[in-house]
Design a protein around this ligand. Structure first.
Ligand code: NAD
Length: 291
């Protein structure tokens, strides 16, 4: 039987509705809308589109975005100053510095300068450390979107064999902690994994985040498994994931498409993190962010 296709657009819409309600409720306590600062440096067209979409999504749910677009030639020092100002600003609950940054900028140093309480991308060592230790904190948006998709599909990670393909700081590694935190048995594969098909076949939950088109084929998928495709690859055939969708959907129990699966979740989770960041800063009661 063909797999259920998990509709990321619908799940993302429900997250946005939830955030929109939280924003309305938070106005009374904050006396202002939650605020997200977006920083776009350089002329990367894809980055410009991502930031524009993020700001539009903020508008839609009532989060105020404060956009900064310093010139591409900004120095490290000047960008650090801007981050410092945003760290101090009372109206700014979350800060998003769109990556990649131009080559004169040390991106690691910029991320390290972010106030962890405003780190809505979950990229600082503090956020990563909290997540790895199983402590509450701000979680990177794409991995938390994956968890939200699993929940929406009624998939219970507890006790399940979960296999992640990819170990990046942005996706694979945070997923290890999130799935462990949900009591799954977690295996991580990467480019040096000796027998990828054999390990993938164990998975009841298989998450592909390698950035390799058609890496995961039907022979690598256990009957009835839930397959989440994080891959976003631009090819001559358009945008494709890491999973060979047509063949895998005949074996899997549930599967996310590309586009329309994990992609729409990332921005939705950024909005959720911005409200959560207001909680971290102590300006909003935690009760609100969990409703
Ligand atoms: P990355 O390049 O930083 O990491 C890729 C990981 O995959 C590495 O750990 C590498 O070891 C592993 N890998 C590569 N080839 C492999 C192979 N043949 N077998 C097993 N493992 C292999 O990439 P990333 O930033 O983690 O992104 C992964 C994919 O997810 C990309 O396609 C990216 O565009 C996509 N992505 C999508 C979203 C979204 O919003 N949908 C967000 C972030 C990343």
């Amino acid at each position: 039987m063909a797999a259920t296709v998990i509709d990321g657009k619908a799940v993302a819409a429900s997250v946005r509705e939830r955030v929109s309600r939280q924003v309305k409720e938070s106005m009374e306590q904050l006396g202002r809308p939650p605020g997200l600062a977006t920083v776009l440096v350089g002329e990367d067209p894809a980055s410009a589109i991502y930031v524009r979409r993020k700001r539009e999504a903020c508008d839609e749910v009532g989060i105020r975005s404060y956009h900064h677009e310093p010139g591409a030639s900004i120095s490290q020092e000047e960008l650090l100053d801007l981050v410092g100002e945003l760290n101090e600003s009372d109206e700014v609950d979350g800060i998003l510095v769109q990556l990649p940054l131009p080559e004169q900028i040390d991106a690691e140093a910029i991320v390290a300068a972010l106030d962890p309480a405003k780190d809505v991308d979950g990229l600082t060592a503090t956020s990563a450390g909290r997540l790895a230790r199983g402590e509450p904190g701000l979680v990177p948006c794409t991995p938390s979107g994956v968890m939200e998709l699993l929940a929406s599909a009624g998939v219970e990670p507890e006790g399940a064999e979960a296999v992640i393909v990819g170990r990046s700081n942005l996706v694979g590694r945070p997923l290890i902690s999130l799935l462990l935190g949900a009591n799954a048995t977690v295996t991580v594969c990467h480019s040096r994994t000796r027998d990828l098909p054999e390990v993938c076949r164990r998975a009841e939950i298989l998450i592909a985040a390698a950035g390799r088109p058609a890496l995961v084929t039907a022979e690598m998928v256990r009957e009835g498994a839930t397959v989440i495709d994080v891959g976003t690859n631009r090819t001559d055939d358009g945008l494709v994931g890491d999973v060979e969708f047509d063949s895998v959907k005949e074996v899997a129990g549930a599967i996310t498409p590309v586009p329309g699966g994990v992609g729409p979740m990332t921005i939705a989770m950024l909005l959720a993190n911005t409200v959560q960041a207001a909680v971290w800063r102590g300006v909003l009661e935690s009760r609100l962010a969990s409703t």
